[in-house]
Design a binder for this molecule. Structure first.
Ligand code: AMP
Ligand code: ZN
Length: 116
C-alpha cells in the first residue's frame, strides 16, 4: 500500500466508495465530485503513482485498467454517444491523487478537451 494513499485505502475498504465494478486486479468507483453526469474512476488495486509508471512497469495491468474502463463504459450506456477517458499526470496534468486513475466521463457532450 502507498503511504497514506487515499485510493489504497478505498481498495482496502477503509474509506467507503460507490463501487461499480471490481476485478481481481482493478476497481471502478464513482468520483466523489463528479464533473459530468457519469464520472467514474478506474484504478489498479496495486499502488502505482501515475500512468507512465504503470504502463512502463506493468503493461498487462495497464491493459486491464483499460479493459475495466471499457466494460464500465458499456454498462453505463456510454458507448453509443461516446465518452472521455483520461489520466491526469503530474502537476501540469492536474493530478491530485497520486495513485494512478483513469477518469471515465460521459453522459453529455463534454466540450473541448482543454479550456484556453
Ligand atoms: P486527479 O485530479 O486526476 O488526481 O483526480 C482525483 C479525483 O479523485 C478527483 O476527481 C476527485 O473528485 C476524486 N476523489 C477524491 N477523493 C475521492 C473519494 N474519496 N472517492 C471518490 N473520488 C474521490
Ligand atoms: Zn495507492
Amino acid at each position: 500500500m502507498g503511504v497514506d494513499c487515499l485510493f489504497c485505502r478505498i481498495v482496502a475498504g477503509e474509506i467507503p466508495a460507490t463501487i461499480v465494478r471490481e476485478t481481481p486486479t482493478t476497481l471502478a468507483f464513482r468520483d466523489i465530485d463528479p464533473k459530468a453526469p457519469t464520472h467514474i474512476l478506474v484504478i489498479p488495486k496495486e499502488h502505482y503513482v501515475d500512468v507512465a509508471t504503470l504502463a512502463q512497469g506493468t503493461p498487462e495491468l495497464a491493459g486491464e485498467v483499460l479493459q475495466t474502463a471499457a466494460l464500465v463504459a458499456e454498462e453505463e450506456g456510454l458507448t453509443v454517444d461516446g465518452f472521455r477517458l483520461m489520466f491526469n499526470t503530474g502537476p501540469y496534468g492536474g493530478q491530485e491523487v497520486f495513485h494512478v486513475h483513469a477518469h471515465l466521463l460521459g453522459g453529455a457532450p463534454l466540450g473541448p478537451m482543454l479550456c484556453r
